[in-house]
Design a protein around this ligand. Structure first.
Ligand SMILES: NC(=O)c1ccc[n+]([C@@H]2O[C@H](COP(=O)([O-])OP(=O)(O)OC[C@H]3O[C@@H](n4cnc5c(N)ncnc54)[C@H](O)[C@@H]3O)[C@@H](O)[C@H]2O)c1
Length: 448
């Protein structure tokens, strides 16, 4: 049993704290946000993540997990201090490191015994060295410490299983002994452990996220071409995905990537490259393709229903992806704002994100379920591919709409089925607007 402190109880920090305590360690989770800590002490989760509340409650009851706002308490007897604070985008796209800096400073000022400081936040290459400088310069007395980079690869919505069964653990340090101790801490996860230097570990995280974002923009570019040529991108992705060199994941054409990681991390990597005089062409193309997706949806909808003034549009889903309430960089925000700017009346339903979304979208009416949303609507847009939307009673949806128009921003429905049900339906990249019979007729005509 090791004693661990986790700084920051957001999506990454709280999952890290809960999982390490579940593995039998004693974990003290710290945050400067008093409401979050008070809530956690009372059993109120600051975020939605499937299975997290149960795990937090269980480990609190077992006495392995506790919460504090005081660094001195969190560091008392702690061998490992994970930093899991936010690193949002700064003004020019660079990562804003103010929270990492203040966490490092507070650790330095409050440590009374040797500690291994582990950066779990996604931080620019070179930050590990910088954190070491901050700690050194703010220590009240010289106490040995080491800095290890341990980037986190979990996905919101499946964070617990991603944490507990990672594809790999990446550790970077200039101190082999410290890296070895952190590796021991992760042995219970039974995943390959890559030990490298600090900067390389930091780069592995950015390169991984940039690669996944590239896959998404790639398939969205292919979707655009499919539309012109009459191919179905969904089947193209399936056909590509069986190739083990390609793989099926992150090949879903749709509204593009959002959330707290890909947008800021691709931007930050491009910024790091540009700062060193490089022109990261591929990263710029990835961002450009992604940025085009949201306005494109609104213009496509106008092609389907004409002028948006006075039209009632329903958004199915608000969170940036299913199984989370995270609204950071969610496509729904841009889409709703653009629809409203063009005179539409926008309503929305999301299974868990409506509370978080409300202050971001004060002019959007939130409703209790998908059928209420459909009621009297001129069009529905699938924004988030929640499972419950895949199983809707589509006859009922059609019957309560003013006109049965559905724009499927996540390609969750079968175009032929939607057409047979009487919907005016459009997905993204689904060939001839999803009508295979048009394609066959077209080919037959050409042959004749
Ligand atoms: N969210 C993800 O899916 C994900 C996945 C992998 C990596 N990451 C990276 O992990 C880091 C954290 O992301 P997140 O989504 O968990 O952020 P978050 O915004 O959900 O949580 C950050 C928490 O840190 C707290 N905090 C800020 N400054 C602090 C300080 N000085 N001391 C103590 N607490 C402080 C905040 O109050 C907040 O509760 C980021 O660098 C992010 O890029 C996130």
């Amino acid at each position: 049993m090791k004693q661990i402190c986790v700084v920051g109880v957001g999506y990454v920090g709280l999952v890290t704290a809960a999982c390490f305590s579940d593995l039998g360690n004693r974990v003290i989770a710290l945050d400067i946000n008093e409401d979050r800590i008070e809530g956690l002490k009372r059993g109120v989760m600051p975020i939605y993540e499937p299975g997290l509340k149960e795990m937090v409650d269980r480990n609190k009851r077992a006495g392995r997990l506790s919460f504090t706002t005081k660094y001195a308490d969190a560091l008392n007897g702690t061998e490992f201090a994970f930093i899991a604070v936010g690193t949002p985008s700064g003004v020019d796209g660079e990562a804003d490191l103010q929270y990492v800096a203040s966490a490092a400073q507070a650790i330095a000022e409050n440590m009374r015994e040797p500690v291994i400081i582990i950066n779990k936040s996604t931080v620019p290459v070179g930050t590990g060295d910088w954190v070491a400088d901050i700690v050194r310069s703010h220590q009240t007395e010289p106490i040995p410490f080491a800095v290890v980079s341990c980037p986190e690869f979990l996905r919101e919505g499946s964070a617990i299983s991603d944490f507990m069964q990672p594809h790999r653990t990446v550790l970077g340090s200039l101190d082999p002994e410290a890296a070895e101790k952190v590796a021991q801490l992760h042995l219970a996860l039974r995943a390959p452990i890559v030990i490298t230097d600090l900067r390389t570990a930091e780069m592995i995280k950015y390169a991984s996220n940039a690669f996944l974002a590239t896959k998404i923009s790639f398939i969205n570019e292919i979707a655009n071409i499919c539309e012109e040529l009459g191919a179905d991108v969904k089947e193209v992705a399936i056909g590509m995905g069986y190739d083990k060199r390609i793989g099926p994941q992150f090949l879903d054409a749709g509204l593009g990537y959002g959330g707290s990681c890909f947008p800021k991390d691709v931007k930050a990597l491009a910024y790091m490259a540009a700062e060193k005089g490089r022109h990261p062409q591929l990263l710029h193309a990835v961002m450009e393709i992604n940025n085009d997706r949201r306005p494109m949806i609104v213009s496509r909808l106008k092609e389907m229903i004409g002028d948006l003034r006075g039209k009632k549009i329903g958004l199915l889903g608000l969170s940036f992806k299913p199984n989370t309430d995270d609204m950071r960089e969610a496509p729904s925000v841009d889409i709703a704002q653009s629809l409203i700017a063009q005179g539409a009346e926008v309503r929305a339903y999301d299974p868990v994100a409506m509370e978080v979304a409300r202050p971001l979208l004060p002019n959007v009416e939130m409703v209790t379920d998908a059928y209420t949303l459909a009621d009297d609507s001129d069009a529905l847009i699938v924004v988030t591919e929640w499972n419950e939307f895949k199983q809707l009673d589509l006859d009922r949806v059609r019957d309560c709409m003013k006109q049965p128009v559905l724009f499927d921003g996540r390609n969750i429905y079968d175009p032929a089925l939607m057409k047979s049900l009487g919907f005016t339906y459009r997905g993204l990249g689904r060939g001839y607007n999803g009508s295979k019979s048009d394609l066959i007729t077209g080919m037959t005509k050409a042959a004749v």
